[in-house]
Design a protein around this ligand. Sequence first.
Ligand SMILES: Cc1cc2nc3c(=O)[nH]c(=O)nc-3n(C[C@H](O)[C@H](O)[C@H](O)COP(=O)(O)O)c2cc1C
Ligand code: SF4
Length: 436
Amino acid sequence: MPDYETVLLRNVGVEGSRTIDVYRSRGGYRGVEKALKQMADDEVVEEVKRANLRGRGGAGFPAGVKWGFLPKDRERTLLCVNADESEPPTFCNRVLMEHDPHQVIEGIIIAGFATRAQVAYVYMRVEFHEQFHIMQVAIDEAYAAGLLGKNILGSGYDLEVYVHRGAGAYVCGEETALIESIEGKRGCPRIKPPFPAIEGLFRRPTVVNNIETLANLPHIIERGADWFLGIGTANSAGPKLFCVCGPVNRPGCYEAPMTITCEELIMGDRFGQGMSGNASVQAVFPGGTSMGVLKADEVHMKMDFDDPRNFGLLGLGTAAAVVVGDKTDMRDVLRNMARFYALESCGQCTQCREGTNWMYRIASRIASGAGRIEDLDLLEEVAGRMGMMPGLSICGLPDGATFPVRGIVRKFRSELEEHIRGQEPAGAERVLSVLN
Ligand SMILES: Cc1cc2nc3c(=O)[nH]c(=O)nc-3n(C[C@H](O)[C@H](O)[C@H](O)COP(=O)(O)O)c2cc1C
Ligand code: SF4
């Protein structure tokens, strides 16, 4: 990979990077100055549209286009900042909040100004204790510096920011469940339409954006859409954060353009630095777990918004790669995946509530050694009968549940059949003891 200038993670490792003084000394808040003092809110929207900044929360929807769905008189708009980050094993938002909270706050102010929101809620999963305090300290600093509150930098624009902590549920990252949760209700997704841009939080027009999406805004405003489009490709533009974990030498969160391949992320010197011990790659879930799985001979896939579909995946997702080593039994991986989504279904839709649990029970039967060959077809059949794709659910959780399950069954069918026929491969490590 050619030399790349780090943008989103440029302050990570710099002493005092959480403080407003260090952030400013390294060029921070210049984007806000420019937006609020030299641009109209509509110009900010247009610049972000031109940059084709696609949402980093999983769906990849262009941020500027989403803002364009707001009613023309958007004075009642509310901004929800999605810091729930519950997709396994994703931790890009956590790294941004932990090491560079003012970059996130600067993005929030720019998004708030563009959408004319006067209140922003940062919705954070309950497990983020430390990140909650870091963000709150940074928000207090921003208020003290006149960057939040009334008449920001003398521009006449007002913005209040609150951090709201959820109780910890995967589904609360879904935008309408997040809205319900902020309203103090159970975090269950709402039927759409109406979409949040028309009727969202407290029934007001609402924009929901991911932390990483917002962290890109100061750079787009300061350096311009053309600079942003010069990184990666037109359809997958701008800096991107990637996570890698599993049996690799250097698990972590890395920044690169979206021209990077999954293989480079695992093997590259600046990234995962190869497999640890004597393990080799058996499988990779490259977009968080919910996007599906790659086999070892598919890791040349580009980590962009288009290529994953060529490999039968749902999309780029959160761009967090879980690597599975060759010693791991895929029956356990199958069961573990199915279990997660069964536990996280909110239960409103019959197909999701029953289907995810059904998949979990079948996967458990296979993992326990009592599976039948026809269970593999049964898994595929159940997986094909739920989710938003066939129009059978309120939210996308069951689609995220079926892609890994179907992917494992399709791509590792011969290995699973071999196991079911009772031929344990020598040296296979079972992880059932950590599951229940
Ligand atoms: C089950 C489920 C869980 C989700 N979890 C998250 C999450 O933790 N963080 C996130 O930003 N988006 C999550 N999303 C996507 C959000 O609904 C929404 O698309 C996103 O926050 C929009 O921000 P963006 O356009 O900036 O990406 C989830 C979606 C689903 C269906
Ligand atoms: S699809 Fe599943 S998680 Fe989503 S609302 Fe329905 S039951 Fe809840």
